[in-house]
Design a protein around this ligand. Structure first.
Ligand code: PLP
Length: 448
């Protein structure tokens, strides 16, 4: 063991490591998320620019994953990099208790694009702890305990956030109490035998109402929903669903939390995904696209009403790096670049003029595509063995498809039986055309 460690240290210090050096170094030393470790063979990434990344052996890839759906501004945006460097030279860290100019500016910039009832920002290190603290605020504000969230959702990898999550990642981590799950709208695989979007909305809302009643409305602190569930399949809510949830929350005095960690900051072609709906939440959580993850950051946007709860009362929560200045500087620069370059508008136009028609044309050609859904730069292709039964393609199919895509120079985002087509919000029409051609070639090369 010691000998192999010494050899790998030599690889690590090589001036121009190869992919093999980097992967060997990783496999010997790095413990990866959500994985059995032994069979892993990660892709080595050396650098990136805009919508492209490259490895150490001279291969480039169109990044249609945006990494973990977070590089909304693309890789290495010069304005954001310069702002981080500039901040690092003046004040690289500062405790959260102090007032700091760049932190205050970051909060003000975020609030300038948030719904009008939003008053304050609590900064966290990422998305999970944003949801964790939003849940805490809702519980303290209402004096109630339970949190209702969806089975098809992901809210992060901390105590309450993972218990609120709907997918397999929750099952071995359920140590927090007071979590209840419901099914939300998903017409393609309706849990409610619905035939139309209207039916799906009505039935999903009826189901939610009955769960609230059965749990005891006086015990429910919050309904926590991803505005558009992302990892679960880019499930754009059926018309009227979110508005109906808001009405139920009002009826029963429940806090509505929208998780915009993945869907926010341009991903859907709006500043926040909630902008496309007639809904005003009480708390909004964010991370990822706010600064494209150049420095870890997330947070909770807090309504005036909930902020007032903590005017006289202590909020029992905090983090050493809450509002870290490097993160704050990257947030300010990122939002300014979004404004100056109309990046949200670009995401909307790319969605309506290029991705939607291009992906629908792919579905005409390849019967393995059962459904195309999404908006902006947030799309899913649901792959099925048979369009009538809608049986998902096997995991082995998705593994082979990933290889076909990588071999043609596209880094995909694959989740279950779906390709999530999620490029940076700065992606160009030419890059989309190139990617569509690669998806086409890879699907053509596949057999079920
Ligand atoms: N919420 C949503 C919707 C997410 O997609 C994620 C991460 O993918 C999280 C929360 C957790 O964010 P983080 O990984 O920054 O803790």
């Amino acid at each position: 063991m010691v000998a192999s460690r010494a050899i790998l240290d030599a690889a690590a210090t090589r001036a121009n490591p190869s992919n093999a050096d980097v992967v060997a170094l990783d496999r010997a030393n790095v413990f990866h998320s959500w994985s059995a470790q032994k069979s892993l063979n990660p892709l080595a990434i050396a650098g990136g620019s805009g919508s492209t990344v490259w490895d150490h052996d001279g291969n480039t890839f169109l990044d249609f994953s945006s990494q973990l759906v977070n590089t909304n501004i693309g890789h290495q945006h010069p304005k954001v990099i310069a702002a981080i460097a500039q901040q690092a030279t003046s004040l690289a860290t500062v405790a959260p208790a102090h007032a700091n100019h760049v932190r205050g500016t970051a909060a003000a910039k975020i609030l300038s694009h948030a719904p009008a009832n939003m008053e304050k920002v609590f900064f966290t290190n990422g998305g999970a702890d944003a949801n964790e603290n939003a849940i805490r605020m809702a519980r303290l504000h209402t004096g109630r305990d339970k949190v209702i969230s969806r089975y098809r959702s992901y809210h992060g990898n901390t105590g309450a956030a993972i218990a609120a999550t709907g997918d397999w990642r929750r099952i071995s981590n359920e140590y927090a109490r007071g979590h209840v799950h419901v099914f939300g709208p998903y017409l393609y695989r309706s849990e409610f035998w619905s035939q139309s979007p209207q039916q799906e909305t009505e039935r999903a809302l009826h189901h939610l109402r009955r769960v609230i009643q059965a749990e005891g409305p006086q015990t429910v602190a919050a309904v926590l929903l991803e505005t558009v569930p992302g990892t679960a399949g880019i499930l754009v809510p059926t018309p009227g669903y979110l508005e109906g949830v808001r009405a139920l929350c009002d009826e029963y005095g429940i806090v509505m939390i929208l998780d915009e960690v993945m869907a926010g900051f341009g991903r859907t072609g709006d500043w926040f995904a909630l902008d496309a709906f007639n809904v005003t939440p009480d708390l909004v959580t964010f991370a990822k696209g706010v600064n494209s993850g150049y420095v870890p950051v997330g947070g909770v946007i807090i309504s005036d009403e909930i902020a007032a709860t903590f005017d006289e009362r202590v909020f029992p929560g905090g983090l050493t790096y809450s509002g870290h200045p490097l993160a704050a500087a990257s947030v300010v620069a990122s939002i300014e670049a979004f404004e100056e370059e109309d990046i949200v508008g670009n995401a909307a136009r790319i969605g309506s003029d290029h991705l939607e028609p291009g992906l629908r044309a792919l579905a005409e050609k390849h019967s393995v595509i059962g459904e195309v859904r999404g908006r902006g730069v947030f799309w899913a292709l649901e792959l099925v063995q048979d369009r009538t039964t809608r049986t998902p393609v096997a995991p082995e199919y998705m593994g082979r498809l990933k290889i076909e895509l990588l071999q043609r120079g596209l880094l995909p985002f694959i989740a279950d039986n779906r390709i999530h087509v999620v490029p940076p919000a700065v992606v160009t029409a030419e890059e989309v055309e190139q990617a569509l051609s690669i998806y086409d070639q890879a699907l053509t090369a596949m057999t079920i």
